[in-house]
Ligand binder design. Structure first.
Ligand code: NDP
Length: 248
């Protein structure tokens, strides 16, 4: 049995939600590892800055994950430019925590369309190419995909949904050599909480962040790289990674 680590040199990856946080750190880390990387998000200016910082070739793509045509277009661009797709880091996401009572349901719609449906669109568009390359799909969920808590009902519902979808997909494609990894981070210091519109929830998130040694986006990038580096016969199906100081 081949025990040599997977040679990532020149493999082709698409990272969604790479304009900040975990996606940005992961894209840079993949570039350092020798992959050719395409990055997608709505803030193209940020993606262009990322391309400048990356050691290898990085292609910046405007991508709105909630729009199936935009997702298909981004995958097509990757195929046109590189001729293959080996890795999808399905990471774009949004957290708009708040009470259910009296919620602005437009925020629910945005979360479901971004985190759940958008993530499904990306998996759907990439899958035929991942089957062809016997590639790797990395699904970014959350500890909120295992434990719901007060104020995170809808965000948690989207992340529980990602976990269910991921396990079903894993069973569907593993025999075709496609490896599927679910990443479940706890609290990571990124922009994620700054988009919360409920002032009390935003303050609470900021207090939680200040009360512990949080994870850094690079910590998640390293976990992703660990999964990708395993030899072909080893499928790391899940990585649950919390700050040591995070209890739940
Ligand atoms: P950030 O807010 O820093 O990053 C979110 C990324 O998603 C941005 O690049 C943003 O790009 C992108 N995004 C949002 N909406 C869309 C859209 N419609 N189309 C395309 N891209 C979009 O947060 P994180 O890095 O923390 O989050 C990344 C993932 O990690 C998310 O799925 C999040 O749920 C998950 N996660 C984060 C944790 C944390 O504590 N930070 C913990 C557990 C999981 P742009 O706005 O430019 O489109």
């Amino acid at each position: 049995m081949d025990k040599t680590p997977n040679d990532l040199e020149n493999k082709v990856a698409l990272v969604t939600g790479a304009s900040s946080g975990i996606g940005r750190a992961t894209a840079l880390s993949l570039s350092r590892a020798g992959l050719r990387v395409a990055v997608g998000a709505r803030r193209l200016d940020r993606l262009n800055l990322l391309s400048d910082d990356a050691p290898g070739h990085v292609t910046a793509l405007h991508l709105d994950i909630t729009d199936a045509a935009s997702v298909d277009g981004a995958v097509t661009r990757v195929l046109e430019e590189y001729g293959r797709l080996d890795v999808l880091i399905n990471n774009a996401g949004l957290m708009l925590n708040g009470p259910i009572l009296g919620a602005d349901i437009r925020e629910w719609k945005r979360m479901v369309e971004t985190n759940l449906l958008g993530s499904m669109f990306a998996a759907h568009a990439a899958l035929p190419h991942l089957v062809e390359s016997r590639g790797h799909l990395v699904q970014v969920s959350s500890t909120s995909g295992r434990i719901a808590s007060l104020g995170s009902g809808v965000y948690s519902a989207t992340k529980f949904g990602i976990s269910a979808f991921t396990e079903s997909l894993r069973q569907e494609v593993t025999a075709q050599g496609v490896r599927v990894t679910l990443i479940e981070p706890g609290f990571v210091s990124t922009e994620l909480t700054t988009h919360i519109t409920d002032p009390a929830m935003r303050a609470a998130a900021s207090e939680i962040g200040a009360s512990m040694r949080t994870l850094k986006a690079d910590d998640i990038a390293e976990a992703v790289l660990y999964a990708l580096r395993q030899p072909d016969h080893v499928a790391v199906n899940g990585i649950l990674i919390r700050p040591t100081d995070q209890v739940r």
